[in-house]
Write a protein that binds this ligand. Structure first.
Ligand SMILES: [Zn+2]
Ligand SMILES: [Zn+2]
Length: 413
């Protein structure tokens, strides 16, 4: 028991509730189906344990399962690391370079972002992963990426077992007419009486597991390549986006600044060593980061503040002209609004006539923005932000210089 609790560190027992979510339930079911089917197929039909190869194969299958689950549970339960609630930088002066999180009532340390699902500011947040029902960030980046590497490898091994089991078992019964194809059939030719015949049910189960294994190999393998790129460049998916917006902003205002991404240490190996260490714990405390010599601790946060200010200037004010109940696919807002609902988990917000909204982005039929709230709500740190149908709002004439809306009725509408 001691060994088990040493392997999986349950820092807080309440973290176990993370398992009660469709992501972990599906992921663990896939792991259970693929590994148990591979083990059963091997020891009953394809590669029994009484051979050396069969024993090695069995040990390898067990190994994959243990390693995959070890990294999976660590990614989930160690978590990304959260910025302490109410966090302030040591030097009071530095607060001017940082954004403030109203939910956590603290400053956002460099590279951290507030995750709405975790409801905390997450260290070096990359994304919130529904499959581990947790964020991928500073502390679990190595576990997460190792899991993404091992799962496709284990599934490829399992897929090989499934294909060979079906092939060798069916070979005896059906004439494929491809006897010229040279496949090593030594396993099938070996005289061996399985304790159980390869029934239609076994065939169906093996075929189903093969589908899962191949699907996992492709889908998770792609995620692995994304994450290894993130690590080699030391630039999270969110930071890629911030850097892109920085270039956009500089080009738009022609300021002549040069934005250098601060956390890329110049060599892939150096970047890799920040995340993967022998101890399993990544370098750093998740708050202060080693930076490129041309940059300083707040290079990125200052850029984020500039982008935030710029977004405020460039966002457009809208007035609600039609009530909306917040439905994902509203039936009474037109055919296109119904069909072209944005494919995201981001919330929809209810609208009632007369309200005002700051929109920051949109599609042809939908818009995304912040509701302008009364003073009391603003003080209480309420924030109503999400998608709504474009036809429910109308643009206000907006004077960005003094931040008031001229809100004149458009008479031609
Ligand atoms: Zn926060
Ligand atoms: Zn999260």
């Amino acid at each position: 028991m001691n060994i088990l609790s040493a392997i999986i560190v349950f820092e807080n027992l309440h973290e176990v509730r993370r398992l009660c979510h469709w992501g972990p339930i599906i992921a663990l079911t896939v792991i259970a189906v693929c590994s148990s089917m591979a083990i059963l197929d091997s020891i009953i039909w394809y590669w029994p344990l009484d051979t050396t190869g069969g024993s090695i194969n069995f040990i390898m299958l067990i190994n994959w399962t243990v390693l995959i689950l070890y990294n999976y549970f660590n990614a989930m339960f160690v978590g990304p690391g959260y910025i302490p609630l109410g966090w302030k930088p040591e030097n009071q002066q530095d607060t001017m370079y940082l954004q403030f999180c109203r939910v956590c009532q603290g400053y956002k340390a460099p590279r951290s972002h507030h995750c709405r699902k975790c409801n905390r500011c997450v260290m070096k947040m990359d994304h919130h992963c529904p499959w581990i029902n947790n964020c991928c960030g500073h502390l679990n980046h190595a576990y997460f990426t190792t899991f993404l590497l091992l799962a496709p490898l284990g599934c490829t091994h399992a897929a090989f077992i499934f294909i060979m089991t079906m092939y060798t078992q069916l070979y005896d019964r059906i004439s494929f007419g491809w006897s010229s194809v040279k496949i090593d059939m030594s396993a099938a030719r070996r005289i061996h009486h399985p304790i159980m015949p390869f029934s239609v049910a076994s065939f169906a189960a093996t075929l189903f597991a093969l589908g899962l294994a191949l699907g996992t190999t492709i889908a998770v393998g792609m995620l692995f390549f994304i994450q290894i790129k993130v690590i080699m460049r030391n630039k999270t998916s969110i930071e890629v986006w911030i850097e892109e917006k920085a270039k956009d902003r500089i080009q738009y205002y022609q300021t002549g600044e040069e934005f250098i991404f601060p956390y890329d240490l110049g060599s892939r190996w150096e970047n890799f060593k920040q995340v993967f260490t022998w101890s399993g714990t990544p370098e750093g405390d998740g708050i202060e980061w080693p930076v490129n010599e041309k940059c300083h601790q707040h290079t990125l946060t200052i850029e984020q503040l500039k982008q935030k200010a710029d977004k405020r200037v460039r966002s457009v004010q809208y007035r609600v002209v039609e009530n909306y109940n917040g439905a994902c696919c509203p039936l009474r807002k037109g055919f296109n609004t119904f069909l072209r609902t944005p494919c995201t988990e981001e919330p929809r917000i209810q609208l009632s006539k007369g309200e005002t909204i700051f929109a920051t982005r949109g599609t042809k039929w939908w818009m995304y923005g912040d509701k302008v709230l009364d003073e009391e709500q603003t003080k209480a740190a309420v924030r109503v932000r999400g998608w709504f149908p474009r036809r429910c709002v109308e643009k206000c004439l907006y004077d960005s210089a003094n931040n008031t809306s001229a809100s004149e009725e458009k008479k031609d509408k």
